[in-house]
Design a binder for this molecule. Structure first.
Ligand code: WTA
Length: 703
């Protein structure tokens, strides 16, 4: 392990579990030898939070520079009251700059203008890699928790920098330049993380497409972003099953003229067809130099974009830039989870989602953490997988999704108790509201009532966590199933339907954020007007999140859910319009309406109402099957509606708008009060749908 590592030997280590079992990577010993302060720091901090001598300046060393802040409350006050000083000091102290910035911010919500740290230059990969390699080269950066339990691979900061530079040089050699967009279609893996950082190193813009998306979804994103290259694996491995990633890419790039090259890395030993565009990534990396000079990037150059769903049909490329995003991801990672140097941070998310970007990759790596890359599923090979992993990797912070918790609690406590979870300190939940039962089980059973459980609210657009119980003063209460408190610099507000700010406690409204923060999105790729319209138009002067929230008498926030036509299936956002667009493609289906429907495990699922033509080419049952397959092909398997109900007509207003709220009431059996239906074009449609729903429930009992 101490021998010189070329990319091929590293890859060999990574890919060949038989030759290099986990035991040959004694990273703790190696880390301690090379970095004397590593273990000391861990011990020094381990009692933090339980001591009464908590002081703000050891908590945030910059506090002294922030007008000599003395208490936690002062720190919060200054972050909101004087964001320029707060963020200016933190950006100077926590990031490594090539050129210092001259202006902390230049923002105007009415124009959708958000710019931070102007005039400054830096490189994100230097902040995530080189900075730590200088101090502690053998510290483990990544623990790749591969699909098969017990085959994890540790990658040090030095190895990750080496791999990153080789990919960066390979991309450059094949014509990828600063500003070019690169699609990454890979599951979470060291190669994928290195590919992200390689883009950052040369100033290319990555757009990761979740490896569960279909060829058509992938092509849509590649084309919208005009990507020059795609990076993928031959195959993926998850839950004991192999997925044909390269085949999906082949299918996608047929309709993507901007793509000049497809770089293919090997996750399995299986050969795949290599065509004209294809380049073997490992072969090129072997030939490449392991040193790559980082590009000096302006704070506001694009770092990445990530497609997410809105209430209209087409997914939007949410753009994040360099300095502000990185600072915000790093700061939230540290303070929300109480991360301490030496901790093993375990975020179970895939890099295809924003959670993977901010809390698997950028936040932890900027803080020099050891971050877990979880390739498997919560139930593979059995429902004890998460907790067995916690014990084996000695995970200190565990960040997961409510849908997984809901699923696991059904299997009972024994799967958890079988494993030693004493390493755990903080538990986190993200992606959707966490119900009380799941919260209590996570806290009481998994966390043995001794870990802090933080429900974290945020969005692809916010870049990082905005509302969560921590940070706060150490002994402050945590209320179950509630995100509670704004992060430094975040000023949440509730607005009424008529655009008035709602004051006081025990009130509900549209959740807005009053002032900019460095982590927020800058635009929607290629469509700034859509950015302005989606987030700044409904409540002028405020960022509108699309979510509703309740504020308690104590001033804590509880997120109540989306206010628009976006649903959340297993923590994954999807616009109902996207599903409708896919269903409408069927020649026998003139019209559809899709709504969210509660689901025990997934949180929500899609419920589709479809109108069929009079003379069908196939039996109705066959058409319904075809509809499911269309959604899987056009979007992804997880988007396939659990319910498809045939109706003669949809409830429409006189101006032709579908009244989805009426459909929602019908399927959730709230038929006593359907709300205002005076604008319906023909109210007899209600009786029709009620009857159809009765029949549907009889045919599909339990619904
Ligand atoms: C929902 C995921 C309640 C919310 C990081 C938001 C939540 C959308 C929570 C963003 C939470 C996320 N409680 N709802 N703790 N976290 N959401 O962009 O509706 O995939 O607007 O980002 O998920 O989803 P996205």
């Amino acid at each position: 392990m101490a021998a010189k590592l070329t990319s091929s030997t590293l890859l060999h280590h990574i890919l060949n579990k038989h030759h290099f079992p986990a035991r040959t990577f004694p990273w703790r010993r190696v880390g301690a030898r090379h970095c004397a302060s590593f273990q000391q720091q861990k011990t020094q901090y381990s009692n933090h939070g339980a001591t009464s001598s908590w002081d703000v300046q050891s908590y945030m060393p910059e506090a002294a520079a922030l007008s000599n802040v003395q208490s936690y409350q002062e720190l919060l006050d200054i972050s909101v009251g004087d964001p320029e000083t707060f963020w200016g000091v933190l950006a100077r102290e926590r990031l490594t700059w090539v050129k210092p910035f001259q202006m902390v911010k230049d923002c105007d919500f009415t124009q959708g203008r958000v710019r931070w740290f102007l005039g400054g230059q830096l490189n994100v990969s230097v902040n995530c890699l080189d900075k730590h390699v200088h101090q502690c080269p053998e510290r483990v950066a990544l623990i790749w928790e591969r699909d098969e339990p017990g085959t994890q691979v540790n990658i040090t900061y030095r190895e990750l920098l080496d791999t990153t530079c080789r990919i960066a040089n390979t991309l450059k050699k094949h014509g990828v330049q600063k500003g070019d967009r690169v699609a990454i279609y890979m599951p979470v893996s060291p190669m994928a993380v290195a590919a992200m950082l390689a883009c950052a190193r040369i100033g290319a813009v990555h757009t990761i497409v979740f490896a569960g998306f279909s060829a058509e979804s992938l092509a849509g994103r590649i084309n919208d972003a005009s990507c020059k290259a795609v990076i993928t694996f031959n195959q993926g491995v998850r839950g004991g099953r192999v997925t044909e990633l390269k085949k999906t890419v082949d299918e996608a790039v047929k309709s993507c003229p901007s793509v000049k090259h497809v770089f293919v890395a090997q996750r399995t030993d299986n050969k795949v067809h290599m065509g004209n565009l294809d380049i073997s990534l490992e072969e090129e990396m072997d030939k490449a130099d392991s040193v790559c000079t980082p590009e000096a990037m302006n704070s506001e150059d694009m770092l990445f974009m990530l497609y997410t769903s809105g209430s209209t049909g087409k997914p939007k490329g949410v753009v994040h830039t360099q300095a502000g995003y990185l600072l915000y991801a790093a700061l939230t990672h540290k303070y929300v989870f109480d991360y301490k140097q030496g901790d093993v941070f375990g975020c179970m998310a895939d890099i295809g989602w924003i959670t993977g970007h901010s809390y698997v990759v950028y936040g932890p790596l900027c803080n020099g953490a050891t971050t877990v890359l979880f390739e498997s599923t919560p139930t593979y090979p059995d429902p004890g997988r998460y907790w067995e992993t916690v014990e084996r990797l000695q995970i200190n912070q565990f960040y997961g999704a409510p849908t997984a918790i809901r699923l696991l609690l059904k299997y009972g406590d024994d799967w958890v108790k079988k494993y030693n979870r004493s390493s755990l300190k903080t538990l986190g939940s993200v992606g959707e509201p966490i119900n009380h039962e799941a919260w209590e089980w996570f806290h009481n059973v998994v966390g043995e009532k001794r870990c802090t459980l933080v429900d974290t609210w945020w969005q692809t657009e916010t870049g990082g966590i905005c509302i969560s119980p921590r940070p706060s003063e150490p002994e402050a209460e945590v209320i179950p199933a509630m995100a509670m408190r704004p992060f430094f610099g975040i000023q949440p507000l509730l607005l009424s339907e008529n655009g008035k700010v709602i004051e006081g406690g025990d009130v509900s409204g549209a959740l807005c954020i009053a002032q900019p923060w460095p982590g927020m999105a800058r635009t929607i790729y290629g469509d700034h007007q859509r950015f302005v319209d989606a987030y700044f138009k409904t409540y002028p002067g405020y960022y509108f999140t699309g979510d509703g929230a309740h504020r308690t008498n104590e001033g804590y926030y509880q997120i109540t859910g989306r206010m628009d036509d976006v649903i959340n299936i297993s923590g994954h956002r999807l616009g109902t319009a996207e599903i409708e667009d896919a269903l409408d493609e069927h020649p026998d289906v003139p019209e559809t309406a899709v709504i969210g429907f509660p689901h025990e495990i997934k949180g929500e699922t899609a419920f589709a109402f479809v109108v069929l033509k009079e003379n069908l080419s196939l039996p109705e049952k066959a058409i319904l099957e075809e509809l499911k397959s269309i959604v899987a092909t056009k979007i992804a398997k997880y988007a396939v509606p659990d319910h498809i109900m045939v109706v003669k007509r949809l409830p429409k207003t006189r101006s032709g708008k579908i009244m989805r709220r009426v459909l929602r009431k019908i399927v959730t059996n709230q038929t006593e009060d359907l709300g205002d239906i005076t604008t319906l074009e023909d109210s007899s449609v209600i009786t029709e749908i009620l009857e159809a729903h009765q029949k549907y429930k009889m045919d599909k009992p339990g619904k």
